[in-house]
Design a protein around this ligand. Sequence first.
Ligand SMILES: Cc1cc2nc3c(=O)[nH]c(=O)nc-3n(C[C@H](O)[C@H](O)[C@H](O)COP(=O)(O)OP(=O)(O)OC[C@H]3O[C@@H](n4cnc5c(N)ncnc54)[C@H](O)[C@@H]3O)c2cc1C
Length: 591
Amino acid sequence: MLQSVKDQPVTLVEHWLGELESAAKAGDDRALGRLFLAESYWRDAVALTWTLQTLCGADAIAGALAPALRTMGASEFRIGRADPPPQRVTRVEREAVEAFFSFETTIGRCRGVVRLCPDPADADQFRAWTFFTELEELKAFEETLGRNRPTGQSHSRDFRGPNWLDQRRDAVAYRDRDPAVLVVGGGQAGLAIAARLTQLGVDALIVDKHARIGDNWRHRYHALTLHNQVQVNHLPYMPFPPNWPTYIPKDKLANWFEAYVEAMELNYWAATELVGARYDLRHGRWAATLRLADGTERVINPRHVVMATGVSGIPNRPQIPGLETFAGQVQHSSEYRDGEDWSGRTAIVVGTGNSGHDIAQDLASSGATVTMVQRSPTLVVNIEPSAQLPYALYGEGLSLEHCDLIATSMPIPLTRKAHVHFTERSRELDKPLLDRLEDVGFKLDFGEDGTGWQFKYLTRGGGYYFNVGCSDMIAQGRIRLVQYADLDRFAESGARLKDGEIIDADLVVLATGYKGQEYLVAKLFGEDVAARVGPIWGFGDGLELRNMYRRTGQPGLWFIAGSLAQCRINSKYLALQIKAAEEGLIPAGAG
Ligand SMILES: Cc1cc2nc3c(=O)[nH]c(=O)nc-3n(C[C@H](O)[C@H](O)[C@H](O)COP(=O)(O)OP(=O)(O)OC[C@H]3O[C@@H](n4cnc5c(N)ncnc54)[C@H](O)[C@@H]3O)c2cc1C
């Protein structure tokens, strides 16, 4: 290799990409292996392996990358012409030359991000520390965007034929056809995947049991605004307007969802619930039973079902001693609506995650007397600046597309390291608050191995609180805190503590989270499908989320969930896999 630390980033990257392509063409797997550091990562998003996967270490990477490059006919590795040029950056406390690149395979146009670092054994040799490859578009199945947009002529040239509105009404009615894809759940996950599929010409129907698009946000507590800043939260294709507030209020987002469905021409049936489905392996189709708004049922036969029902599906109602004898109202957090209903009354909130805190604050702010019961240690971060630290990249002037590429290119082991750092920084920034919380007996934790809230979300979907004021109310004693271990049992009038004190209550809110999606899968599709699919969400091999955004053990069954950013990014990969299955490029199932 002719590389040198004195070389410009562009030269280094061009040289590295050239070597990669030559090694692949020559079938020289050892040369390919030499391009990677001993500690290195290759993450592929559907470009070379038709799935999402991460491999670690030069030998493992070369062993898998070499045949993948050959099988997929990968070539034309170039620094992306429309991308920011390669530059020296610091990522996860390591200096690297970072570059966006493009390449082609026989079936697709692809992109990637490579980070080159000097080899610790020979500082003059730059090798890859991280290598990310993603499928951007399938050749001959490009999205109908920009110059590829539909002409719209047919709507105005034939004066007797159906106009645009007639065609939209017909498309959404599904009178004499079934969709290719049934998307279950019309929150951000459902909208993102349906929008991507629609652009690829795949007929997709979203069903949601709520009466109105956006009700999944509208029905949440009164004061809710999003926790992440607006620049991180865009849906695909249609960014939020530039005058929108940094933290979007829930009803504004709910109304945007309605506008999005309309503007992106998505087929959406509200007040429609999937009540069960069975897969016909011989015909490669589901028989999916939908309960419609009028109470009747319709069976449809899509080739794919995409579950977009949220990380948290079925409410978790733990057995709490004596709760059945309590004379007041018991609600799960998902049933809670508005603190105004409880003004001047007393409430106990069980659970100290985001929902528990937000509901406690809503009740206390509405004039209720509130006690929170803490069941297990909880991570607390101030909403600003601590909770925003991981998103600094999105405010540094790069386009959304490039920020997403950088974020997606980071393998999970390095993301974990980054989050240990963010968590340590948050602990310093939030120390005054955290000290005051400990003074009133609040039990804190900082996630597995100190990886903080992000990994709590990715492994269990909760267990943390972004402080928007409730922690201050607890520290000030405006909301009382009791440990679950000090609770004896519930009685008719409220909670009895082990020291004999009774905390009277009119309302008990169980902010005790949700059961995993596995329960919903078993309920809707049967135990055999649940067994074939296995655990959903969280990390099995520590490298990719289980069963998310990629083929599962059940043909024709896919999952999408997560933050707005995760849905925006991963809906692209999921849609491309489904399109490829529809076009016969890959089998529909069992990955
Ligand atoms: C206070 C707060 C702030 C947040 N801030 C942010 C933020 O800033 N950024 C961010 O990315 N995330 C944020 N989140 C978290 C997260 O984005 C949301 O929880 C989000 O709602 C998840 O979207 P989803 O589409 O995956 O699932 P959901 O919104 O839960 O939607 C799932 C839908 O599936 C439907 N459904 C379920 N089962 C069926 C069935 N059998 N048939 C038909 N329909 C069904 C439900 O009716 C529901 O509408 C926040 C959450 C809260 C509470």
